[in-house]
Design a protein around this ligand. Structure first.
Ligand SMILES: Nc1nc2c(c(=O)[nH]1)N[C@H]1C(S)=C(S)[C@@H](COP(=O)(O)OP(=O)(O)OC[C@H]3O[C@@H](n4cnc5c(N)ncnc54)[C@H](O)[C@@H]3O)O[C@H]1N2
Ligand code: MOO
Length: 396
């Protein structure tokens, strides 16, 4: 138990414990940020008919052409056209039978109902969107586990689905622990510190959960800790912060054991975030985050958010990695994998000088985490390094 678990082993052990949530129906237009619980097959063909992609004239033959009617989006021309006939057509309107090309109005002259061309003639098929070129009836257009965003919502609606099945999101209880924590940031004695971890973790987790129960601050006693765990009720995931380390007043682990939870692992080989703890009691999972705010943030980013995505049925749970050149040397690393707060400017990445695990000002300036392997040598400016973007929980 005292060995530090490598990052990937710890992540895998945590993800293996996730219980997939049931599916529920949702109006497609409200599905932004949710994960699909089903494959979506097209219930219609798009476009359903050959359409014009520009405003002009659907023509047949080499011209000049007689304009014999109009095809508007939603009101197709009733009939078919013959050689040297044309139909006025708007963008998105049906190509009439008998026409195989569109003359755009900028290249046409109309006089007394007779249409002539003012430049090279269009080629067959030009400015025509063929029926089914986007998708056809029965095609699988979206895969189970996809994160629904604006394009996916539009696609599901175009494919004929007002309602889709998405995964339920877990209920989460957040417990922050420590005698020194003041509940109100306005009323904080000099021997206290305003409690900020619960609010920070809630802000990170909010898009991925159905309910957040904020508990605490909880005093460093076994009775209060156990009462707080009881207060988590039926939350599928309980997240504690603070009290995870080895001090006399770090009670999360003994309180969890006393409460009846089974510890799966404690302490991992990353910096910040070493005292991370994972436990379970029946179907409830408990993640004990370290109290230092930056350690809490980094472990929430690397463990809690991927776990929540896993619960919510995501295909991709872990944050996406990137690579960029560093603009300053980085000193040799230690025995743990390090995650350095950094600023990425869209081109290169600059590690922030202040890397203390309590430094919130530095964390709030950062938009990225540089990942450094264990026992890393000095890294020279100009070297490519792997990093994660913090925005959107690291999901591209
Ligand atoms: N002798 C050792 N000491 C420590 C070790 C170790 O291995 N040996 N590990 C260190 C590491 S690494 C970390 S990280 C911290 C984490 O300890 P805890 O999880 O027990 O956190 P606390 O001691 O309760 O708090 C640490 C720090 O963070 C502040 N804090 C806590 N909760 C909140 C909150 N909700 N909002 C704002 N700030 C919070 C707290 O006041 C402390 O300053 O342990 C090292 N020690
Ligand atoms: O791991 Mo602690 O999180 O180094 O500060």
């Amino acid at each position: 138990m005292s060995e530090l678990l490598p990052l990937e082993t710890a992540q895998q052990r945590l993800f293996d414990m996730a219980l997939p949530m049931a599916a529920e129906p949702i109006e497609t237009r409200l599905a932004s940020g949710r994960y699909l619980a089903e494959n979506i097959n097209a219930a219609r063909t798009q476009p359903a008919h050959d359409l014009s992609s520009l405003d002009g004239y659907a023509i047949s033959g080499d011209g000049p052409w007689r304009v014999i009617g109009e095809s508007r989006a939603g009101s197709p021309f009733d009939g078919s056209i013959e050689a040297n006939q044309a139909v006025r057509i708007s963008t998105g309107a049906w190509i009439p039978h008998g026409s195989d090309r569109v003359l755009i109005q900028e290249n046409a002259a109309l006089s007394d109902g007779e249409l002539t061309i003012t430049c090279d003639p269009p080629e067959a098929g030009q400015y025509i969107r063929r029926a089914g070129f986007d998708f056809s009836y029965g095609d699988q257009v979206l895969q189970k586990g996809t994160l629904m965003g604006a394009p996916q919502i539009a696609l599901a609606l175009s494919a004929g689905h007002n309602t889709i099945q998405i995964s339920r999101r877990p209920r989460v209880a957040l417990i922050e622990c420590g005698d020194e924590l003041a509940k109100s940031a306005n009323e904080c004695a000099t021997n206290q510190i305003p409690a900020s971890n619960n609010a920070m973790i809630a802000a990170l987790a909010e898009p991925l959960v159905s309910e957040i129960n904020l508990i605490g601050p909880v005093a460093d006693t076994m009775e209060e800790m156990i009462a707080a765990l009881d207060a988590a009720g039926s939350a599928e995931i309980i997240v504690t912060s603070g009290g995870a380390s080895v001090g006399d007043h770090d009670l999360v682990r003994p309180a969890l054991e006393e409460w009846g939870a089974e510890i799966d692992f404690w302490k991992i080989a990353i910096k910040p975030g070493k005292p991370l703890l994972v436990a379970r009691k029946n179907k409830q999972m408990i993640i004990g985050l370290p109290g230092n705010p930056v350690s809490s943030y980094v472990t929430a980013f690397l463990f809690l958010l991927p776990l929540l995505r896993q619960f919510a049925g995501a295909t991709t749970a872990k944050p996406s990695g990137h690579s960029a050149r560093i603009t300053a040397d980085i000193a040799p690393g230690g025995t743990r994998r390090e995650f350095l707060r950094a600023i990425w400017d869209g081109n290169s990445i600059c590690p922030i000088d202040e890397q203390d695990s309590s430094a919130l000002l530095a964390l709030s300036r950062a938009n990225a985490l540089i990942e450094r392997p264990e026992h890393c040598r000095r890294t020279k400016a100009g070297t490519d390094v792997p990093f994660y973007l913090l925005q959107n929980g690291g999901i591209a």
